[in-house]
Ligand binder design. Structure first.
Ligand SMILES: [Cu+2]
Length: 219
C-alpha cells in the first residue's frame, strides 16, 4: 500500500512539473504529458439508523497535464431535489493519507457525524466542488452553486477547474458529499436536526452540512 501511494505521489509530481514547464514555454510541447487519475467508491458516513443516510456512489479525480483538475462524482440515494455541498477534503502540504469517518466518529453522541467530527478523518476543505464560479473553501456552503440531486436522488457531477491545492493534493484527498434531509421535509430545515454545530448562530440547518458520502485514497 505504501509503495502504491508513493508511486501515485510521483505521478502527480511529474504531472505538476509538466504543467509548470508548459506554462513557462507558453505552449505544451511535451509529447508524453502525464495524466494521473484516481477512482474511489463513495460510502455512507452516518449510521444506518439516520433517515436518508443510505447513499452510495463513486468518484474519479484526474490531474490534467494543463495543470487543471477534473472531478467526477456520481451518487445515488441522496436527498432528492436538493443541492449537495461537495468538497475535496485533506491536508494541504506533504502527502498525508487521511480516511473517511464512519458512525463511530459521532464523538458527542447526538446520533449524527458532523462536519467537525469528520474533520479528524478527512481533513479540512481543499476545494469546493461547485458547478460554476470559485472553488475555494470560502464557497464551501454556497448551495446555489452545488449540483442538485434529481427526483430519484441521483446526482452526477463533472467539472474541470483550476485549483492549485486540489492539484497538489489530488492523490491524497477525500471526496465528501454533504446534505441529508433527516425529517423528509423536502428541504434543509432547522426542524430536521437543528442548526449546524460548526456555525452556531448562522441559522444554517445541520441537515445541509451533514456528511453523507465519503471516499478517497485511504479507503
Ligand atoms: Cu465537505
Amino acid at each position: 500500500m505504501k509503495f502504491r501511494l508513493l508511486g501515485l505521489a510521483a505521478i502527480v509530481t511529474a504531472s505538476t512539473f509538466a504543467a509548470s514547464g508548459a506554462a513557462v514555454a507558453a505552449h505544451d510541447t511535451n509529447p508524453s504529458a502525464k495524466v494521473a487519475s484516481y477512482s474511489y467508491g463513495l460510502t455512507a458516513v452516518q449510521a444506518a439508523s439516520v433517515p436518508g443516510s443510505a447513499a452510495e456512489g463513486s468518484t474519479r479525480i484526474t490531474s490534467l497535464p494543463n495543470g487543471k483538475v477534473r472531478v467526477q462524482v456520481e451518487a445515488w440515494g441522496l436527498a432528492p431535489g436538493l443541492p449537495h455541498a461537495m468538497h475535496l477534503h485533506g491536508v494541504d502540504g506533504p502527502a498525508k493519507d487521511m480516511a473517511c469517518p464512519g458512525p463511530a466518529a459521532d464523538a458527542d453522541g447526538d446520533g449524527y457525524v458532523s462536519v467537525s467530527e469528520g474533520a479528524p478523518f478527512y481533513g479540512g476543505i481543499l476545494a469546493s466542488l461547485t458547478t460554476s464560479g470559485p472553488t475555494d473553501a470560502g464557497h464551501a456552503l454556497d448551495l446555489a452553486h452545488f449540483a442538485t440531486a434529481d427526483a430519484d436522488g441521483h446526482l452526477k457531477y463533472s467539472r474541470t477547474f483550476t485549483n492549485e491545492s486540489a492539484l497538489a493534493n489530488a492523490d491524497t484527498v477525500q471526496v465528501v458529499v454533504h446534505g441529508i434531509d433527516v425529517n423528509g421535509s423536502g428541504t434543509y430545515d432547522l426542524a430536521g436536526a437543528g442548526e449546524a454545530p460548526l456555525v452556531p448562530g448562522s441559522g444554517v440547518p445541520f441537515e445541509a452540512t451533514m456528511p453523507v458520502l465519503c471516499g478517497g485514497v485511504a479507503n
